[in-house]
Ligand binder design. Sequence first.
Ligand SMILES: Nc1ncnc2c1ncn2[C@@H]1O[C@H](COP(=O)(O)OP(=O)(O)OP(=O)(O)O)[C@@H](O)[C@H]1O
Length: 434
Amino acid sequence: MLNILRQLCCFFGENKTKVLFTLCLFLQLDGRVEGSVDSREKVLEFRFDYCYWSVDPDDPQHASQDKVFQDLGVSVLSAASEGYNVCLFAYGQTGSGKTYTMMGTPVSNGGQIQEILFNYLIGSNIYSGRSLIVLLCSFLEIYNERVRDLLRGGEQKKRTSLRVREHPEKGPYVQDLSQHVVSDCKQAMELLEQGISNRMTAATHNHDASSRSHAIFTIQYTQAILENNLPSETVSRINLVDLAGSERADPQYCKDRLTEGSNINKSLVTLGIVISALAHNSQMSSSCQSINTVTSECDGSSSVSGGGARRHCFIPYRDSVLTWLLKDSLGGNSKTIMIATVSPSAACYNETLSTLRYAAHARNIVNKPRVNEDAHVRLIRELREEIDRLKNMLLSFEMQRNPSPSLSDEKEGSLSEMVLQNELKVHMFLSHTH
Ligand SMILES: Nc1ncnc2c1ncn2[C@@H]1O[C@H](COP(=O)(O)OP(=O)(O)OP(=O)(O)O)[C@@H](O)[C@H]1O
């Protein structure tokens, strides 16, 4: 088992100016630790939003699960309760602490998934009693590029692989994935434990219970509020992802292990390509905006910068099931946080460097999150607001009657007509939606 050096985290939410705290990590190759490494000293600098040390629990700097939750989990909770989609995913070498961070262990405090669920369910101060909240949970794994439902009962059903499809507005989804209403902590724990026990794990050289699949725990968080008699309903999707660990192939592994390994590597390579392409496009867009003279040429498909023509990259989301399912989380309508886990061992130098480069690329991505409000409910609210506005106008007309009665009568008549029409529209929408 490898010890955990740090869990680094980077945000790629709405824009980079939201960075709260930036820390430089100086990664030094220490030639004394392991014989086979390069003894020349290299200093590499990376910037992240948070940096955690969790090797020694007695160290005053030790970052507990709760500390990580206070920094990251709480921002997931508040973004979802504002109506945004959120994604929190853990990436890193095998054995570096992804599952520990996301799922926790029976002896440690819960991981981020449990903390997030419990905080919704016990309704800390994240939301007030005015709203109705419904949590729908699903839990899937991607094993050998196939999607399996981790919360299905029965042996046969557990092994069935499910199809990924794409909705024109809602984006990619898994057909027939079971969804479970969760209303208390006991229920939430049972679901989580059931899913974890159904997940594929196997012994590898570095880790005797290595996750051989990518796991995605999704909470669909619906919040209905009635404020001043005006309704609003937001539906946000929270994707909590524990990726399978990357590991170099060993010819001594059995065939199944090698197939698993090559599928894991394939999807992680695709993830890397997607992240690089998104980061490139985000940088292109920002340089496009900053160069006013070429704004007209930057029509979303190409731009000119530094004298040579540079184009937006194609994003190969569909090259792996993982990137297809996380399409919105990675480069679209979502506030996304990546946790990169690394090991302190000098033997892991190459993997650590690769993880840090991955995360540094991801940090350049600028997503476009938006509040996911139900379109019908929004229309009803807007019409009601308009009715109130028109009614107030009518009232003020009546109160200060104009010396020219014919004009004021005419205005009053058309205002009353508008109020009536809007009330009719609200009525039609309400009878249509019920
Ligand atoms: N911060 C930590 N403190 C204490 N123990 C930890 C910590 N991080 C990980 N561990 C322990 O290290 C072992 C490996 O961690 P974990 O299973 O989370 O790795 P992983 O990155 O998910 O590996 P894989 O990709 O192979 O599934 C586990 O026994 C876990 O409990």
